[in-house]
Design a protein around this ligand. Structure first.
Ligand SMILES: NC(=O)c1ccc[n+]([C@@H]2O[C@H](COP(=O)([O-])OP(=O)(O)OC[C@H]3O[C@@H](n4cnc5c(N)ncnc54)[C@H](OP(=O)(O)O)[C@@H]3O)[C@@H](O)[C@H]2O)c1
Length: 305
């Protein structure tokens, strides 16, 4: 099969288009024929060696954890799915090797969900990792209609879902982004504020009594978080472990087919949309990573296989 892979840590120059054998399909896994695979910052962070102390990398390493496609083959004992089913997944395994930037990927059933009818292939690939991250963080913080939620990094892949999911729960949502993203964020159910100098004051002006939940999807914003959090408020970050020393939670998204099915249902009910910012062919994965590295994507970058 065709795949993009690397044999050593580095920047996009280490990515090569290559031919690899079809992945093996373990018991409890399915082989997915990939239609689309979405880019997440973690893909190029791992490739650069940034997670070397956390995860084994087995070369040649095919990056990519997000996928939409059809079930091509079933492993032993997979009664939940049939060949031809349309699926999506956050397909992270315990080590980095056979990722989703390839024609085929094997995926554990625990990570798989049916592709929602409301999403096209690119949108379905863009939902899993970022959507699950936002969903699991808001759930962990017991977010409800009683909350005023501040979302740091509201315009990004994770933030766009965080805003919509908090809004769907009935919460009031304030989100930080640069001004060019404000109209889009209003459309997602959020009161936008510009980040940078003076952020704390701008949030206080909108929520003089403080916010009850802070979802940090960008990092480096702890000072503002603590300054605007109401007494008894909850906060968590996906990008800043310093929150651990400040009464917050540092979160890492877990694969969950069940959670992903719930997000798919929200999409089918018209309460969750997926913005695809750009699409690239497989051979241009390096260019897609470089766009992601600029750090100002509004939505998801998707590779079409
Ligand atoms: N721990 C986990 O489980 C987990 C899961 C997913 C992601 N992450 C990490 O979380 C971060 C975000 O991921 P992502 O996929 O959402 O990335 P992304 O889509 O690349 O995020 C880009 C967005 O960040 C916004 N941004 C940049 N600097 C900002 C700032 N100072 N304040 C507010 N917004 C800012 C940009 O908005 P503007 O264009 O308006 O500037 C842009 O919309 C990454 O570091 C990623 O590695 C962690």
């Amino acid at each position: 099969m065709r795949a993009m892979a690397y044999e050593t840590y580095g920047g996009t120059e280490v990515l090569r288009e290559t031919r690899l054998p079809l992945p093996k399909v373990a018991p409890g896994e399915v082989l997915v024929k990939v239609r689309c695979a979405a880019v997440n910052p973690v893909d190029w962070k791992i490739m650069a060696g940034g997670l070397d102390s956390l995860m084994d990398v087995v070369y040649p390493a095919v990056p990519g954890w997000d996928v939409s496609g059809t079930v091509e083959r079933l492993g032993i004992d997979v009664p939940e799915f049939a060949v031809g089913d349309e699926v999506m997944a956050y397909a992270r395994k315990d080590y980095v090797h056979g990722g989703t930037f390839a024609e085929y990927v094997s995926v554990p059933v625990r990570a798989l969900a049916a592709k929602p009818a409301s999403l096209n292939w690119a949108q379905a690939a863009g939902l899993p990792l970022a959507g699950l991250t936002a969903h699991q963080l808001l759930t962990r913080l017991d977010t409800s209609a009683d909350d005023t939620v501040l979302v740091h990094g509201a315009a990004g892949g994770v933030g766009s879902f965080g805003v919509q999911l908090a809004h769907a729960l009935g919460a009031r949502v304030i989100g930080t982004a640069s001004p060019r993203n404000h109209d889009r964020l209003r459309g997602l159910g959020c009161e936008p504020v510009t980040y940078g100098d003076g952020l704390t004051e701008r949030v206080r002006a909108l929520a003089p009594d403080g916010v009850t939940v802070v979802a940090d999807f960008v990092g480096g914003v702890l000072e503002t978080t603590l300054a605007v959090l109401a007494e008894g408020g909850r906060h968590a970050s996906i990008a800043d472990h310093a929150v651990l020393g400040a009464g917050g939670q540092w979160m890492w998204v877990r694969p969950s087919g069940e959670d992903l099915e719930a997000l798919g249902r929200l999409s089918d009910e018209g309460r969750l949309s997926v913005d695809v910012a750009a699409t690239f062919p497989l051979s241009e994965l390096g260019a897609a990573f470089e766009l992601s590295q600029e750090g100002h994507t509004a939505g998801k970058i998707v590779i079409e296989i």
